[in-house]
Design a protein around this ligand. Structure first.
Ligand code: GLV
Ligand code: MN
Ligand code: MN
Length: 416
């Protein structure tokens, strides 16, 4: 249990940093480049240095990058890691676990003064959740050469551009510096990511670990309906152009359409009547759509049906419907050889191999575009709840996960 207790303690150490409004309520919110985010990044750097990484740095998007050299510093590296930002009022393990597990494994190697035939690069990705800016996966995108330069001009809820936020954080804030982070896949063996499952399957199956077969495809959009604000007391029901009711009907339609496929999902996570009043028919409604499915084709059919039906709902209700896609991620099936490595690693530590696909999005989806990738899931307690402070793992499972990661390293030595 020496690894398990350490992972739990490190998770608590990282979770002490939260944004003021949320910290006051004892809640964990760490969005891109806020003070809490920068403090979390500094703590990760300190943990990596203490663990014995040879190089620790923070890159131009705020990723914390630790490299543990192999026997030959020129040999290709194993790339791994996950994100350290959180959703609002999130859990302590989503993302962070995938940084801390390899950190513990490298610490063990460094203590034994052991060098492998390959180096290990662990990345604490600065942003994966798309909370402060509509630039989901921006940190991993920098590594894959898909960082959109237009993101730098995006503003947060307080009107601060991403470029300003970067410069305030001491980062260059230039696209040139970000473009330079692009990784050359020839210098890497592949990418592996450890993550809490964030769903009920492992918990209900009494299984500590799961090998991921594929990550679902997703699209996110910002939507707006515009009708006519009018007097709530005098406007007859049949004369209204109620923007909120149109958005509500669209939300229910999206739910129905997703349910028609057994394995698609659609979520309206934000829903607002800007400047609304108790006695005014909503003239405007702003809402979001997050739509996912196991394959790109199924996702595209889902999205196309939802958008088409939203337009006809809007027409019938005489409101305008606007739809702006802000994120599109392709499904990411695991690389068969790397999935097999995880299966052998899980077997090597005496655990049953259970395979499942991922409904959640992950940094691995981005790395997938430039190198082979495969993920390992860890059981979450409380029936796997996540994006919720009830998210939990046990120290026993954390311990097994570090052992599995160590077994994956052994497997890479035995089967290069
Ligand atoms: C990332 O947490 C996601 O929304 O899947
Ligand atoms: Mn998440
Ligand atoms: Mn995550």
């Amino acid at each position: 249990m020496r690894f398990g207790d350490m992972i739990m303690q490190w998770s608590e150490q990282l979770a002490q940093f939260s944004e003021p409004h949320w910290a006051e309520k004892g809640q964990l919110t760490v969005t891109y480049l806020t003070d809490a985010h920068l403090a979390t990044g500094r703590t990760l750097s300190a943990l990596m240095l203490e663990a014995g990484f040879d190089e620790v740095s923070t890159d131009a998007v705020g990723n914390v990058v630790g490299v543990y050299h192999g026997q030959n510093p020129k040999a290709p590296l194993l790339l791994t890691g996950s994100h350290y930002d959180t959703v609002r009022n999130g859990g302590k393990y989503d993302g962070r676990l995938g940084i801390l597990v390899p950190l513990a494994a490298v610490r063990e190697l460094a203590q034994r003064k052991q060098r492998l035939p390959f180096g290990i690069e662990v990345i604490g990705f600065a942003e994966e959740e798309g909370q402060r800016y509509r630039a989901t996966f921006l940190a991993a995108s920098a590594l894959t050469g898909s960082f959109d330069p237009a993101w730098l001009a995006q503003v947060d809820a307080d009107g601060i551009t991403m470029q300003q936020a970067m410069q305030q954080a001491g980062l260059p804030g230039t696209f040139d510096a970000i473009a330079a982070l692009k990784r050359n896949p020839n210098q890497y063996l592949g990418f592996v990511e450890v993550h809490i499952e964030q769903g009920p399957i492992l918990c209900e199956g009494a299984l500590p670990l799961g090998v991921v077969t594929s990550i679902n495809a997703g699209i996110r959009a910002i939507c707006k309906t515009t009708g006519m604000a009018a007097h709530a007391g005098t406007t007859p029901m049949l004369m209204r152009q109620d923007a909120m009711l149109a958005a509500a009907e669209i939300s229910l339609m999206a739910e129905q359409r997703a349910r028609a496929d057994t394995d698609s999902v659609a979520t309206v996570g934000q829903f607002q009547v800007p400047g609304g009043s108790i006695n005014v028919i909503p003239g405007e409604c702003a809402f979001t759509l997050d739509m996912r499915a196991p394959t790109d084709a199924q996702r595209d059919a889902l999205v196309s049906d939802i958008v088409k039906q939203a337009q006809s709902i809007a027409e019938r209700r005489q409101v305008k419907f606007e739809y702006t896609e802000v994120m599109r991620a392709a499904a990411a099936p695991s690389d068969p050889a790397w999935q097999t490595r995880w299966e052998r690693a899980v077997t090597a530590i005496g655990q049953p191999v259970f395979k499942l696909n991922s409904g959640a999005g992950h940094d691995a989806m981005k790395l997938h575009t430039i190198m082979p990738q495969a993920m390992l899931f860890v059981r979450g307690g409380n029936r796997g709840i996540s994006h919720n402070p009830l998210e939990i793992i046990t120290a026993e499972d954390a311990d097994l996960t570090v052992q599995a990661f160590g077994a994956l390293l052994d497997d890479l030595v035995a089967h290069p």
